[in-house]
Design a protein around this ligand. Structure first.
Ligand SMILES: NC(=O)c1ccc[n+]([C@@H]2O[C@H](COP(=O)([O-])OP(=O)(O)OC[C@H]3O[C@@H](n4cnc5c(N)ncnc54)[C@H](O)[C@@H]3O)[C@@H](O)[C@H]2O)c1
Length: 346
C-alpha cells in the first residue's frame, strides 16, 4: 500500500509549463491536515513560491528533489529530467508509459534501476474506473475557443498563456456567426467545449457515442466548426475523410482536434496527421473553401491558473489520504506493477 511522510512539489522541467498539480490554497489545506509540503521554487509556475510559503510550505531550490527524504512522495506533472537517471522515490506524475507510448520503456527502466514507484496521475481512478482528476475540461474549453476565434479571423499567433476571463471576453466580443458540432460532448473536454461555445453565442450540436454509431455525414459537414473531444477506446471509422474535405458544398471550415490522437490507429480525423503548436496553432488543410485544423496537444497550459486550480481540487483529497494509503493509490500502484511486468523495458 503506497504511503508517505510528506509531499515534495517539483519544479517542472519544461520552461513553458506554468501549470502545477497542487495550488497554494490546497497546499495550505494539506499542511493544516498535518501533511508536510515542500515546494521547489519555480519562476515559471503560475503561482509564486511566496504564496506556498504563506500557506505553510517549506520552499526549496528547483530540482533539489533527489535530496528529498526517501519516504517523501515527489509530485509533478511531467517526467523529471535526469540526473539522476535512476528514480528511487515514490513519484506522482503523468508518465505516458503504460500503453506502448514512445519513451515509456525508458521511463520504466528509470524506476526499475532505482527501485522507486510511479503512481501515475492518469491511473488515479475511483472504484468505477473513472479518473479522479484530469485537465480535460479546460482542454475542450480552450480548443473550442481557438476554433471560434479562427473562424472569425481573430486568432493571433503565437498563442500565449492567458486567463479564462480574457478568453471569455474575446469570445463575447462578437456573438454567433457560426454553428458548431462537438463530438464527445458528454466527456470532460466536450463539456468544456460546450461552455466556450455558449460564451461565444455559437449554437452547438452535441454528439457522443450514440450519435456516431451511424454517422450522419451531411449533418456533420453542415456545421461551420467541429470540435473532436472523444476519447476513443478502439480504432473506428473516421469522422472526416479526405473525400469530405474535397467537397465544395461543406460548411465546415475549422476543426479543433482536442483529442490529438494524430499518430495513433485510433485517429478519427485521418485528414490530419500532425499536431500544431503555439507558434502556428492553425494549419490549412484545404484552400477553397478553407479547412483549417487546430491540433494543439497542450491546450490546458494556455490557462495555467484555472486548469491547475481545477486539477488540484480533484487531487487534494487523495493527497490528504496518501500518508495512510487508500484504494485510489493502491490501484495506481497496481497499474505500475502491471506495466512493469508486461512492458519490455531493457
Ligand atoms: N489537446 C490537449 O491538450 C488535451 C488535453 C487533455 C485531454 N486531451 C484528450 O482529449 C480527449 C478527451 O478527454 P476527456 O478528458 O474529455 O475524456 P472523457 O473520457 O471525459 O470523455 C470522452 C468522451 O468521448 C466519448 N466517445 C468515445 N468514443 C466516441 C465515439 N466513437 N463517438 C462519440 N463519442 C465518443 C465518450 O463517451 C466520452 O463522453 C482524450 O483523448 C484526451 O487524451 C487532450
Amino acid at each position: 500500500m503506497p504511503r508517505t511522510t510528506g509531499i515534495w512539489l517539483r519544479a517542472e522541467a519544461a520552461p513553458d509549463e506554468r501549470r502545477t498539480p497542487l495550488v497554494p490554497a490546497d497546499a495550505a489545506e494539506l499542511v493544516a491536515a498535518g501533511v508536510p509540503v515542500t515546494v521547489e521554487d519555480a519562476p515559471q509556475r503560475a503561482f509564486p513560491a511566496a504564496q506556498y510559503a504563506r500557506a505553510g510550505c517549506r520552499v526549496v531550490p528547483a530540482n533539489s528533489w533527489p535530496e528529498a527524504d526517501p519516504e517523501q512522495t515527489v509530485l509533478g506533472l511531467k517526467e523529471p529530467v535526469s540526473p539522476p537517471a535512476a528514480l528511487t522515490h515514490q513519484h506522482v506524475f503523468f508518465g505516458h508509459a503504460y500503453r506502448d507510448q514512445r519513451g515509456g520503456p525508458a521511463l520504466l527502466r528509470r524506476f526499475t534501476d532505482g527501485g522507486g514507484t510511479l503512481l501515475d496521475l492518469e491511473y488515479l481512478t475511483d472504484a468505477d474506473g473513472r479518473r479522479v482528476t484530469a485537465f480535460g475540461y479546460f482542454a475542450g474549453y480552450v480548443g473550442a475557443a481557438l476554433a471560434v476565434l479562427q473562424q472569425r479571423g481573430e486568432l493571433t499567433a503565437p498563442l500565449t498563456a492567458t486567463t479564462a476571463e480574457r478568453l471569455d471576453a474575446a469570445l463575447r466580443a462578437r456573438q454567433g456567426g457560426a454553428r458548431a458540432l462537438v463530438i464527445g460532448a458528454l466527456g470532460r473536454s466536450g463539456r468544456g467545449a460546450l461552455r466556450a461555445l455558449a460564451v461565444a453565442g455559437v449554437p452547438a450540436t452535441a454528439w457522443d457515442q450514440a450519435e456516431t454509431q451511424q454517422l450522419d455525414r451531411p449533418a456533420l459537414l453542415a456545421h461551420d466548426l467541429l470540435v473532436n473531444a472523444v476519447a476513443p477506446a478502439a480504432p473506428g471509422p473516421p469522422f472526416l475523410t479526405a473525400g469530405d474535405a474535397e467537397r465544395a458544398d461543406r460548411a465546415l471550415t475549422v476543426v479543433a482536434d482536442v483529442t490529438c490522437d494524430v499518430t495513433s490507429d485510433r485517429n478519427r480525423l485521418p485528414v490530419n496527421d500532425r499536431v500544431t503548436d503555439w507558434a502556428r496553432p492553425a494549419r490549412r488543410l484545404r484552400g477553397d473553401p478553407p479547412l483549417d485544423v487546430i491540433a494543439v496537444d497542450n491546450l490546458p497550459s494556455l490557462l495555467p491558473r484555472e486548469s491547475s486550480t481545477a486539477f488540484s481540487a480533484g487531487l487534494l483529497p487523495h493527497l490528504a489520504a496518501l500518508p495512510g494509503g487508500s484504494p485510489v493509490w493502491e490501484r495506481a500502484a497496481a497499474a505500475f506493477r502491471h506495466a512493469l511486468a508486461t512492458t519490455d523495458h531493457p
